[in-house]
Write a protein that binds this ligand. Structure first.
Ligand SMILES: C[S@@+](CC[C@H](N)C(=O)[O-])C[C@H]1O[C@@H](n2cnc3c(N)ncnc32)[C@H](O)[C@@H]1O
Length: 188
């Protein structure tokens, strides 16, 4: 399994992950624009300080919505300040989750797309995470799921994908994301 399972990204690393230079390897537009459209409702699970959230907010436009979920309230506080500065806070909601709940109960079958970027390997109950996502994502809704190659072996990644499949998702295709293992999942 993953070397990093159980380790939660510290706040100092959150600042590094939100650094604009990261766009050189992880362009949010390149990774997400094939899937994120105007007016969509998107959840960014384990959003950290919002490296992807802010760009998704621009992609969904004023009619869309992005729900940024993170265990650490301090990450979301920084995300909110960054969203204000970027002029997209009107379409971003933040949710402080707990280990066993994403706290997204009000979004039953309502979400078009979920982003899981570098988070599943940190989650205590990944099976439960995919089961909860199944409840909130629309029929035919998507998950863009990526993990850092340095932290998550192919074996661990495959076992997480099996959990997603057991929860009711199927792999649509592999995605090309630098330094990452990544797939597109679809709700069956
Ligand atoms: C490595 S960071 C990735 C941040 C962001 N996705 C990115 O790529 O910039 C992982 C984030 O997931 C959050 N996290 C870990 N376990 C979580 C859980 N069970 N529910 C929600 N967020 C979680 C951490 O607090 C951290 O902000």
């Amino acid at each position: 399994m993953s070397k990093e399972k159980g380790h939660i990204c510290p706040v100092w690393a959150g600042y590094l992950l939100a650094c604009p230079l990261r766009r050189i390897i992880h362009s949010p537009e390149k990774i997400l624009s094939p899937f994120v459209k105007k007016g969509m409702k998107v959840v960014d699970i384990g959003s950290g300080m919002g490296f992807f959230t802010l760009e998704i907010a621009k992609m969904v436009g004023p009619e869309g919505r992005v729900i940024a979920v993170d265990l650490q309230a301090s990450m979301l506080e920084v995300l909110k300040r960054r969203a204000e500065k970027a002029g997209v806070s009107d379409r971003i909601e933040t949710v402080v989750s707990v280990e066993d709940s994403l706290r997204l109960d009000r979004y039953q079958s309502d979400i078009d797309l979920a982003l899981l970027f570098a988070v599943v390997h940190e989650v205590k109950d990944p099976e439960g995470l995919f089961q909860q996502l199944y409840q909130v994502i629309k029929e035919d809704g998507l998950i863009v799921y990526a993990e850092p190659k340095g932290h998550v072996s192919q074996e661990s990644f495959s076992s997480f994908i099996k959990m997603a499949e057991s929860a009711g998702f199927k792999v649509e295709r592999e995605l090309k994301v630098s330094l990452s293992r990544a797939v597109l999942l679809k709700k069956k």
